[in-house]
Design a protein around this ligand. Structure first.
Ligand SMILES: C[S@@+](CC[C@H](N)C(=O)[O-])C[C@H]1O[C@@H](n2cnc3c(N)ncnc32)[C@H](O)[C@@H]1O
Length: 253
């Protein structure tokens, strides 16, 4: 991290592309993500035709009770709150997101008689954890927002235990024509729904559409994961509507 708390650009001048987002754009993105908090779950549920909850349930099955689990980019805690029986760390660069997540996730954990989770303000690109710390690292709808995708993938590999699994779930983007359909969906349905729910023509989902436009395809990130050292890398669009994509990879033993 740079001294001002922002990730350093290390020469990045391209604004936003499949490999990352420059510091100026990223700061703006975080501000817009924070603005989604009051209606985050509601809008997501409508624009994914109710599938987001199903995807989270599906991904959560990759963690078993007793495991040490990290969610990178936990946002308001929508995924973390359903991770039962694990030793949980929730990480997000936004203190505002973490404050909402803490209330929500700890309430869910307390209702299951579990200890509070740990909450850490940091970015994926600079994880404040020792090597080989976690059995599972999850990234739900946050990988798209990483400042530097390759650096984030390397860091998540470093903190995974040997044999540990990374699961990324994000807006699905296959090759043409799937990517084009996704862009149309983001530019039309998502914008209309967000505008109506927030009652604000300048709603923050405009930014989410922008990160989707520049997001890479599943084959692009599969290659990136292999290149930084993950094994058993898999990536696919999730049924039934192919609106989300899942990437998984393990740390070599
Ligand atoms: C759309 S929310 C996802 C929330 C949640 N994981 C879910 O299941 O819906 C994306 C989150 O990623 C976080 N984020 C953005 N850039 C990040 C980075 N470089 N490292 C870690 N988290 C990041 C944002 O602050 C935001 O809270």
């Amino acid at each position: 991290m740079a001294e001002d708390g922002l990730p350093s650009d290390e020469g990045r001048e391209h604004g936003i592309d499949a490999s990352g987002i420059d510091a100026g754009e990223w700061t703006e993105l975080i501000r817009h993500l924070e603005a989604t908090i009051p209606v985050y779950d509601k809008v997501n549920s409508i624009v994914t035709l109710g599938q987001d909850s199903r995807w989270r349930r599906h991904v959560a099955k990759s963690a078993q009770p007793g495991m040490k689990v990290l969610e990178v980019g936990c946002g308001p805690g929508t995924f973390s709150e359903r991770l039962a029986g694990v030793e949980l760390t929730c990480l997000d660069p936004s203190e505002e997101m973490l404050a909402v997540a803490k209330k929500r996730v700890d309430a869910a954990r307390s209702s299951r008689s579990e200890a509070s989770a740990e909450y850490v303000a940091a970015t994926a690109e600079s994880l404040p954890f020792r090597n080989d710390s976690f059995d599972r690292v999850f990234c739900l709808f946050s990988f798209r927002d990483f400042h530097d995708k390759e650096k984030g993938l390397k860091e998540m590999l470093r903190v995974l235990k040997p044999g540990g699994l990374l699961v990324i779930c994000d807006a699905g983007k296959g090759r043409f024509p799937h990517g084009l359909l996704g862009r149309l969906w983001m530019a039309t349905v998502v914008q209309l729904v967000a505008r109506r729910v927030t009652k604000n023509p300048d709603h923050p989902w405009k930014w989410l559409a922008k990160t989707y436009v520049h997001f890479g395809t599943i084959p692009f990130y599969r290659k990136m994961m292999r290149d930084v050292g993950y094994e058993n890398v898999r990536g696919r669009l999730l049924l039934p509507f192919l609106m989300a994509g899942k990437l998984t990879g393990t740390k070599p033993k």
